[in-house]
Ligand binder design. Structure first.
Ligand code: GRF
Length: 204
């Protein structure tokens, strides 16, 4: 099989970036991580990429006249590197049609709640404040909205009495680190079919 080339977009700690890179190294995931895209030069994920010798495009949004301008530069890079799949992993910026139009169906995101509940920032804090007993993790295709695209996979995580954002986050992260590489593997194997809002994952 020809290598399947992915780009990971992240803005923060990058624990999901690391989980993907580890899965590749341990041969649980047959893809090649070709690029990190990061909008925060001081983010720990930049260090992680350097350590793993993964090329990074690190930019400051305010150096560009508009969102579209830096996205055009990103699209140029993605094309040059023949990227097959864009993986958003804690990328804290809304993306526009400049990126979505050429890559629709080939951009995925992970969100720390059971969508459509608690979209947007701090899905974990929102779930705690609401008092739900079960929250979780969603992996979905990206469309123009805020966490609104077709859902590929979800996993539930129970909320315990006395949970804080920290304790709940750490259990949610464990689930994310297992689920995201798994879903990327399904896509790599051509098992994920997108039809309108419905996504089917074919059995192996
Ligand atoms: C994750 O909880 C993910 O669901 C959300 O942003 C967080 C990123 O965490 N989109 P990390 O940077 O991968 O540690």
């Amino acid at each position: 099989m020809k290598p399947f080339r992915i780009a990971v977009f992240a803005s923060g700690s990058g624990s999901n970036f690391q989980a993907i890179v580890d899965a590749v190294r341990e041969r649980r995931l047959d893809v090649s991580v070709e690029l990190l895209v990061c909008d925060r030069p001081a983010a720990p994920v930049v260090e992680r990429a350097a350590k793993e010798k993964i090329p990074a495009f690190v930019f400051r949004p305010k150096d560009y006249p508009s969102r579209e301008d830096y996205e055009r530069e990103i699209v140029r890079l993605l094309k040059e590197k023949e990227i097959d799949l864009i993986v958003l992993a804690g990328y804290m910026r809304l993306i526009t049609d400049v990126l979505i139009a050429p890559y629709y169906g080939r951009i995925i995101n992970i969100h720390p709640s059971l969508l459509p509940a608690f979209p947007g920032v701090n899905g974990i804090g929102q779930a705690l404040a609401y008092g739900v007993k079960v929250t979780g993790v969603t992996v979905h295709f990206v469309d123009g909205g805020m966490d609104t695209g077709p859902i590929i996979a979800q996993r539930a995580v129970e909320v315990y009495d006395g949970d804080t954002e920290e304790t709940l986050s750490s259990r949610i992260h464990l689930v994310e680190h297992e689920l995201y590489p798994q879903v990327i593997g399904w896509i790599r194997q051509g098992r994920v079919l997108l039809d309108g809002r419905k996504v089917t994952v074919r059995k192996e």
